[in-house]
Unconditional design. Structure first.
Ligand SMILES: Cc1cc2nc3c(=O)[nH]c(=O)nc-3n(C[C@H](O)[C@H](O)[C@H](O)COP(=O)(O)O)c2cc1C
Length: 227
């Protein structure tokens, strides 16, 4: 059982990383072999629309045809039983780098020639022949109510595609993250640091626990799906 954790934050030790690290610990506890990828260490761009993956008799088998730094990561995702992607929210969406990654991850396993599932009668547009539990973990500066009002609906798009392609997905948020080690150096509205500190000390540990449970649950789900 292999679980892969993708950090779509440029910061290697901050909130997104910490949430992913906990999810990874949970996955390990459930018996998975785990791997952690910091996307910002890789030199790559998004889908180039070459359509090599959509050719008749394409030999790509779900793998993006572009041969660059990202290729080994994408190969690993094809062999993974669990995929977790973490990203900060930047301008109401996941980071551009994580988005470029997701284009390269998902487009090659999406077919333009969907088949009808004889049991359900539904069109199936995923090339994958098994359910792979996936999750998105988002970290935000906004409080929960603001996030719900302003951008959580937009991020449902990721949920839709992950569910369509991999068959199972979950979403976890942590809000109002602590952004700096020393707030006194930054030009910031009064009172913000206090709110963020309270959040960091009281809520963030609970969210880390949720991340741990998420990682564990996804591996357990993968075991169930593979039985
Ligand atoms: C370029 C940029 C844009 C951001 N845009 C938003 C936003 O639209 N909504 C939000 O809630 N937080 C926003 N934030 C705050 C981050 O989402 C938040 O600090 C996040 O937890 C950072 O993740 P990290 O700790 O892994 O670096 C933004 C931060 C940056 C740097």
């Amino acid at each position: 059982m292999k679980a892969i954790f993708i950090n779509g934050s440029p910061r290697k030790k901050w909130s997104t990383y910490q949430m992913l690290e906990k999810a990874m610990e949970g996955a390990k506890e459930a018996g998975a072999e785990v791997e952690f990828i910091n996307l910002y260490e890789y030199d790559f761009k998004g889908c180039k629309s070459c359509f090599a993956c959509k050719l008749k008799n394409a030999k790509t088998n779900g793998l993006c045809a572009i041969k660059d730094d990202l290729r080994p990561v994408l190969e690993k995702t094809l062999n993974a039983d669990v995929i977790v992607i973490g990203s900060p929210v930047y301008f109401y969406f996941n980071t551009g780098v994580s988005r470029s990654f997701m284009e390269r991850l998902m487009f090659p396993v999406l077919t333009y020639n969907p088949k009808i599932n004889e049991e359900t009668g539904e069109l199936e547009s995923s090339l994958l022949d098994r359910t792979i539990p996936t999750a998105m973990i988002y970290t935000t500066g906004a409080p929960e109510e603001m996030a719900a009002q302003e951008f959580k609906h937009a991020l449902e798009v990721n949920k839709h595609f992950l569910e369509t392609i991999y068959g199972y997905t979950e979403t976890l948020y942590t809000y109002q993250t602590y952004q700096f080690t020393d707030y006194s150096k930054y030009d910031m509205m009064e009172g913000v640091e206090e709110v963020r500190r309270k959040q960091r000390d009281e809520q963030f540990p609970k969210d880390l626990k949720k991340a741990f449970e998420l990682g564990k649950r996804l591996v357990e789900k993968a075991n169930e799906f593979q039985q």
